[in-house]
Ligand binder design. Structure first.
Ligand SMILES: Cc1ncc(COP(=O)(O)O)c(C=O)c1O
Length: 385
């Protein structure tokens, strides 16, 4: 089925920050499977963990325990401070689970409250409920009627949130940085104000860290920059480093699912849990994220210098989730296409909006590869308007 526009080349191999197509052409990859490949393409440790697990146990289904799923749930709950974990296969599925958990909590603990305040331009996935929770323009009519119960507030405007709170409200759900909207940050003061309001009123603060989690923005979870702890958090993308796994985490007191409420054939699949454990081993090793943050800061300096030369605003984002604004209509896509097709080796970047380029390198991308990317971007910005 046709669902998106893609270049006609077929990719066959990848190693670290580099991809190769079927013609043997090489590309420096700053998209990394949409911020999924935390450790780049085909990382040795993850490949070995998958191979070892594949030879031991592939799948047992949701009705039986398995060791990698238990180990992963233990790791994620310890790292997040949230007491319970449900493992899923995609970000949308984890968010769908968060919405169901909040609705169940509202029914059991808050007199039937079921509304979750979400945000304009937010992106939470492509199931019907997560599209309804999203605030992406057009999602409201695309598969109408929407799932009801997601009034929309404006990011970084606490009054736009408080004015929507009523007896039907059970929680507030947001991304720490709106990725698909173009890398728009929830300010730390705003996150702290949301935490205060939710705590005072007994509402659930649900943070979608599907794109921002697992170190991508510097800390392990992006909301940690604001010094808050949510009641519910979702993870996906970078957790598996290239394999489909996601997680829904919540405070013990919030976890009110009863048998039959939640599940899925692939929940806790041992193969993908083994991959996630291998990713976490690397990302949580002493020095990994502080080293990444240093490389990310130098990369950002380079991008900001390009932005100044272009007369554009400083880049947005944190860590290695960054966006460069190119205010000329459609220029971001033209630059991204020209970089992919450049003479010699290509560079992959993402025109997340017609006027914004998004960069999501592997967290272990080398200083040399990041500065090569800056050099090629610099050159292309001089040539493509
Ligand atoms: C913040 C956020 N939430 C949820 C999703 C959906 O994740 P998935 O595509 O794995 O369903 C995405 C995907 O881009 C995302 O960026």
């Amino acid at each position: 089925m046709s669902f998106t526009q893609r270049p006609s080349v077929v990719f066959t191999e990848g190693r670290g920050s580099w991809l190769q197509d079927s013609q043997g052409r090489r590309y420096l990859d700053l998209v990394q499977g949409w911020a999924v490949n935390t450790l780049g393409h085909a990382p040795e440790t993850v490949a070995q963990a998958i191979a070892a697990q594949a030879g031991r146990l592939l799948h047992v289904g949701p009705g039986l325990h398995n060791a990698p799923a238990i180990a992963l749930a233990e790791r994620l709950t310890a790292l997040s401070g949230l007491g319970r974990c449900f493992l899923a296969s995609s970000g949308a599925e984890a968010n769908e689970g968060a919405i169901k958990l909040a609705r169940k909590f509202g029914r059991k603990k808050r007199g039937g409250a079921h509304e979750i305040i979400t945000f304009r331009n937010a992106f939470h996935g492509r199931t019907l409920a997560t599209m309804s929770a999203s605030g992406k323009p057009g999602f409201d009519t695309l598969f109408a009627p929407q799932v009801p119960g997601f009034p929309k507030a404006t990011l970084n405007d606490i009054e736009s949130v408080t004015s929507l709170i009523g007896p039907g409200t059970v929680g507030v759900m947001l991304e720490s940085i709106q990725g698909e909207a173009g890398v728009i940050e929830a300010q730390p003061e705003f996150l702290r104000a949301l935490r205060r309001v939710c705590s005072e009123l007994g509402l659930l603060l649900i943070v979608d860290e599907v794109q921002t989690g697992i170190g991508r923005t510097g800390p392990l979870f992006a909301h940690q920059r604001a010094g808050i702890v949510p009641d519910v958090m979702t993870l996906g993308k970078g957790l598996g480093g290239g394999v489909p796994i996601a997680a829904l985490l919540a405070r013990e007191e919030v976890c009110c699912f009863e048998p039959g409420d939640q599940g899925g054939t692939y929940t806790g699949n041992p193969l993908v849990c083994a991959a996630a454990l291998a990713v976490l081993d690397v990302v949580t090793a002493p020095g990994f994220l502080s080293d990444m943050s240093k490389r990310a800061a130098r990369f950002r300096e380079g991008l900001d210098a390009l932005a100044r030369r272009e007369g554009a605003p400083a880049c947005s984002g944190q860590g290695l989730l960054l966006a460069l604004e190119l205010p000329q209509p459609g220029r971001a896509q033209r630059v991204a296409d020209a970089l992919r097709e450049r003479a010699g080796e290509g560079l992959l970047v993402n025109a997340v909006r017609p006027e914004r380029l998004r960069l999501m390198p592997a967290l272990n991308a080398s200083e040399a590869d990041l500065s090569l990317a800056l050099q090629w971007l610099d050159d292309m910005l001089r040539r493509v308007n």
